[in-house]
Write a protein of this length. Sequence first.
Length: 700
Amino acid sequence: MATNILQTSLMYLRNVGAKRAETLKKEIGVETWEDLLYYFPYKYIDRSRIFKIREIDGNMPYIQLKGKIRSYEYLGEGSSRRLKAVFYDDTGTIDLVWFRMLKQIPNLYQVGTEYILFGKPSVFGNRYNVVHPELEQESKFYDGEVGTQGQYNTTEKMKQGFLHSRVLQKLIAQILETVPSPIPETLPEHLVAKLHLPSLDMALRNIHFPKSPETLRYAEYRLKLEELFYIQLNILRVTKYRKQRLGGFRFQTVGEYFNRFYSKNLPFELTNAQKRVVREIRRDTNSGRQMNRLLQGDVGSGKTLVALLSLLLALDNGFQGAIMAPTEILANQHYETLTSLLQGLNIEIALLTGSTKKKEREIILPKLKSGEIQLLIGTHALLEDTVDFNNLGLIVVDEQHRFGVAQRAKLWKKNAVAPHVLVMTATPIPRTLAMTLYGDLDVSVIDELPPGRKPVKTIHIYSERRQNLYASVRRQLQAGRQVYIVYPLIEESEKSDMENLEAGFEQTKQIFSEYRVGMVHGKMKASEKDEEMQRFVSRQTQILVATTVIEVGVNVPNASVMIIENAERFGLSQLHQLRGRVGRGADQSVCILLTRYELSENARRRIAIMTETNDGFLIAEEDLKLRGPGDIDGTQQSGVAFHLKIADLTHDSQILAQARDVAQEILDDDPFLEKPQNTLLLQQLNKLNSEHQMGWFMIS
Ligand code: ADP
Ligand code: MG
């Protein structure tokens, strides 16, 4: 059967093999023929025209030339070692440059053979060159490779494994030739007809190999609508289920704990935004329905206090409460903050993380079961099956934008009645995204910072001029302030990133030799990391050299300077999150973005936005716009993790609205999708959910 063929592993596709199949799986999560068919081009280029070398100008995003290689030459030493070739046609010559595969290239592309060259021209010295061009003999071109061409995202590792965009395209062509036509429909006939959509078969063939710009648009529309439609269908179904089935605990009284804390322990007046959100939560938790609320508030807006007040409401009504944090550092910090804030209230608090000793667990777990422990703070360890509450009334999930139905279902199992859930995040989700991803959550926003905060001043400095920086940093240190220095560390370039980090650490120790410098990164053991963090928190170290492990939630009000090295390598949301680590005290804080001199258009824009605004929502919107496709590595790094294969929430909001209407109509007519004409919908939903393809589903 055709569906089975599509489930075939890519290992069994000609020209792939085990190693490349593994790379595809690891790098882009593509395992089967079907996965690859759903790996869509991120852009299209017109390859119908071949240019002459004389015609090249510096503004062309890419060119296609026909010519021959005249000669090869090796240049440079060490990391700047490269291979240069002279390529010519009857109008002139350009240089081709390679930094990798230096040995193999001259064998792959022979001197004197005619090639079609494709690549991005750039200027070097007074000559044009093309770095890592694609070269192919014209006779080896296959049908469909001359008109509108799809371009596919690839990562560094894929390129190293010879999985370039063009190779992916060939593999897809191979699959399309092999599978029986038509590829089975994934939308019910009545929908295809009603919405005037092309068949799936037509859409998949044209999205990869467009017959014309019109068929391409038509194919895109179908695939986008389908993608958004299933998301909406899923969310609306879950929402309906929750509203109908999930009753909730009633927190009727505002009692002793809440009132005493509010009048005696609360160290400051709540902001109006905090008050409003507490009222919203109070209303929800007293409605008889289970609360699922997302609390968005920029870094430093005071979400913890809102969480605490909500938890006290639970306690006042005889329930237990819990806070779950994404890391041990944060869990510890919450534990300490809450313990000190709740002093004198006689509340039993415990901390449970992955590194809680067995002995200690054996004390905590029974007390939790008996209800003696009222407030449990921890990490994902809280969700383990062995953790049994007496009557968990509210769980607060901090700094998470991936707390999905799967995890929530685990909580539902912990009680006969599902506890209320409050998810807090500092990553503001743009409205369109919130509607898509958090369809079944109610949203509260803290849109006001506590009084007296001075917005962080953000400055962009080129790395070459870093010398100028040290004097002012030293002044801050002399005034008793602390400093973060952040380095990028991504898996792609882990080794050299690690070297950079350590070199930076050594250098910092030299430059600021009269101060103590600490270092934290994700490769350290949790306990070591915690110790280093603690040293910084308690001011034993004044400077902390770190990777983005300090990104989330850490609160050191005395730290007033953040220096971000290679800031061009961070996504916008990430930069904003990092910046939120400073500006938490009353002092004027600064964030310094160091970059190299040459920046891509996109990087320049990111840096500019950072220096212009502190508004997290604006930044999130911009991030969504800038995080264009074509840059997987960048996408994975940035704040909001979600994967849409083809739709784009900034541009496809109309299709999104249409998809939602269609889904709503269907569910109004057939809430449980029981009618025969909707069987396929149910099957598709189950398939998409079980494959975890719907990364977004994890979120809602
Ligand atoms: P986030 O929203 O990033 O989790 P926190 O809850 O950690 O922010 O709060 C940041 C800092 O602001 C903490 O030191 C907290 O004590 C302080 N804070 C919170 N609410 C107020 C308030 N209403 N007035 C003054 N300071 C506040
Ligand atoms: Mg926080």
